[in-house]
Design a protein around this ligand. Structure first.
Ligand code: ATP
Ligand code: MG
Length: 183
């Protein structure tokens, strides 16, 4: 399973549809201050289920929608689509019936956000579970924020263990146990 492309439409500063092709190995994003590097990483977290406005550097979830510029009016929706190459057929159960997965999240003003997986309406929980079982997701330790290394060094042992659990791919089990305990 490998991310192959991220497409942003009306997401933050990316008002026109913009594709980021993700090749093998390490992907670096470089550019001048304010060109949208952090917005790209936020789009990746968002399509995988990020729901904390603070993690998106906004006051509310609708702040991810293009807010307008001197020459362009604001948009009514933001959409991010993540293409995943599943030729190795290693996607978690329930998502493993094709060589290609496309996860789409769209937020519309005053309506809210919705997900589709390969064109079918999906629940937010299914999408977060897909990424948790694949050892990635909005909170994946593979996405390293500025300042995160020193946070990890100073973290409480319990929080540090959570990072190891994510990396080991058992975060999905942890979430299912938590849900079972609530029932
Ligand atoms: P730096 O190198 O300083 O970290 P960066 O490349 O990470 O910069 P970002 O923080 O990703 O840049 O992009 C910031 C730009 O995105 C700003 O110009 C900001 O106005 C714009 N932006 C953020 N949210 C929106 C929005 N909802 N609508 C329009 N533009 C937005
Ligand atoms: Mg930045």
């Amino acid at each position: 399973m490998r991310f192959s492309k991220l497409r942003l439409t009306g997401f933050k500063s990316f008002v026109d549809p913009t594709d980021l092709l993700i090749g093998d190995g390490l992907t670096g994003v470089v550019g001048p201050n304010g060109c949208g590097k952090s917005n790209l990483l936020e789009a990746l977290r968002w399509v995988m289920g990020e729901n904390r406005p603070t993690a998106m550097r906004g006051g509310g979830m609708e702040d991810v929608i293009f807010a307008g510029a001197s020459t362009r009016p604001a948009r009514n929706f933001a959409e991010v689509s993540l293409h995943i190459d599943n030729a190795d057929r290693l996607a978690p159960t329930g998502f493993n019936d094709s060589d290609h997965l496309e996860i789409v999240r769209r937020i519309t003003r005053d309506v809210g956000s919705a997900y589709k997986v390969n064109g079918r309406d999906s629940r937010a929980r299914d999408v977060t579970m897909l990424f948790a079982d694949a050892s990635t997701g909005a909170h994946s330790p593979a996405l390293v924020r500025q300042g995160q290394i020193s946070e990890l060094i100073n973290a409480k042992p319990k929080n540090r263990r959570r990072v190891l659990e994510d990396a080991a791919g058992i975060a999905g089990l942890y979430q299912r146990r938590h849900e079972a305990e609530l029932k």
